[in-house]
Design a protein around this ligand. Sequence first.
Ligand code: TYM
Length: 338
Amino acid sequence: MTESTFTPRVFSGIKPSGGLTLGNYLGAIKRFVGMQGKVETIYCVVDLHAITVWQDPAQLANMTREVAAGYLAAGLDPTQSILFNQSQVSGHAELGWIFNCVARVGWMNRMTQFKDKAGSNAEKVSLGLYAYPSLMAADILLYHATQVPVGEDQKQHVELTRDIAAKFNHDFKTDFFPITEPVIDGPATRVMNLRDGTKKMSKSGESDMERINMTDDATTIAKKFKKAKTDPAPLPETVEGLATRPEARNLVEIYAALEDTTPEAVIAQYPGAGWGTFKPALADLAVAKLAPISDEMARLMNDPAEIDRILGKGSEKARAIAEPILKKTYEIVGLLRS
Ligand code: TYM
C-alpha cells in the first residue's frame, strides 16, 4: 500500500483544558468546518490530552462539553462529521502505548512544545506530558487519517506522527499506517497574543486581555481589540510593510481570517488607515462573526444531555473505524488475542 491508496480522511482535535480562544477558532474550528462535506471528517475533544496537566475533575466534563458546543455552534454537523471525546474510545490509549514503544526518547526531547511547557520544571511535570506526542500520533493513526488540519504550533507533532508511522512500517515490514499530511493553510494559522505580538494567543496566558475567548460578549471583544498593543504607525500601503510589525500583522491577519479573505485584500481596503479606524472595524467584524457562535454555544450548554448524546453517538462511529485498525495493529506486533 502506498500513501495514495489510503482513503482520504481528516482527523483533528482540541484539548478541553480551558475556554476556546479566537486562536482555536481561526486556526482550527473554522477550518474544520471548511473541510466538512468534502471528505470524511473526524473531530475529537481530546480529554486524555487535557489531563497531562492537572484538571479539576469537577470541571473536566463541562469543559469537554464546551469544546463540543464550540464545534457544533461553529457549524460542525454530527450527521456529516464524527464528533466525540477521546476517552470514550479506548483504542487511543491502547495504540498510544504501542507508539510509546516505537517512538524514541530522543524524538520526544526535541519537541519544542514540551520544552516550552515544562520550562525549568521538566523533572516535575507528568510523564504523560512528555509522552503526549505519541498519544497524538495514536489519535491520528487509529483512523488511518491522511490529513490533519492544525495551527502552526502543532506542526512538529504531526511531523512526529509521520516519523512514528514510518518507523512502525519499517520495523514491522509493513505499509499499514499512512504518512499523514499536516494541513496548515489560510491567514491565521498562528494567532498572536493581543498584548505581545511575538507570543501565541493561548487558553492559558496570564491575562485575559491577551486573548479573545469564544464566549466573550461584544463589549469585552471591543475593549480587548481597542487595548490591543500596536506600534504607533498607521497600517502600511502594502502587506510587505507588515513584515517587521508583529502586532499590526496579527490584527490584519485576524481581520482577513474572520472575513475569509487575504491580508493583501485587507490592506487594499484600509491602506494607511490609523488604529482609530482599523481597530473599531476589526472589533465590529469580530462581534458580527463570533456573537452568533457564542450565543449558540450558550444555548447548547443549557442542554448538556443533548451534547452527551451527540458525543456518545460519535464515539460509537469512531469505535467502528478504530477497532479493526487496532486489531490489525495487535496482529502485526504479535500480541496474542485468544
Ligand atoms: P490545542 O488544544 O492546544 O489547540 C487546538 C487547535 O487550535 C490551534 N491553535 C491555534 N491556531 C492558531 N493560532 C493560535 N493562537 C492557536 N492556538 C491553538 C492548534 O494548532 C490546534 O490545531 N495537541 C493538540 C490537540 C491534539 C490533536 C490531536 C490535534 C491532540 N491530538 C490529533 C490534531 C490531531 C493541542 O494541544 O491543540
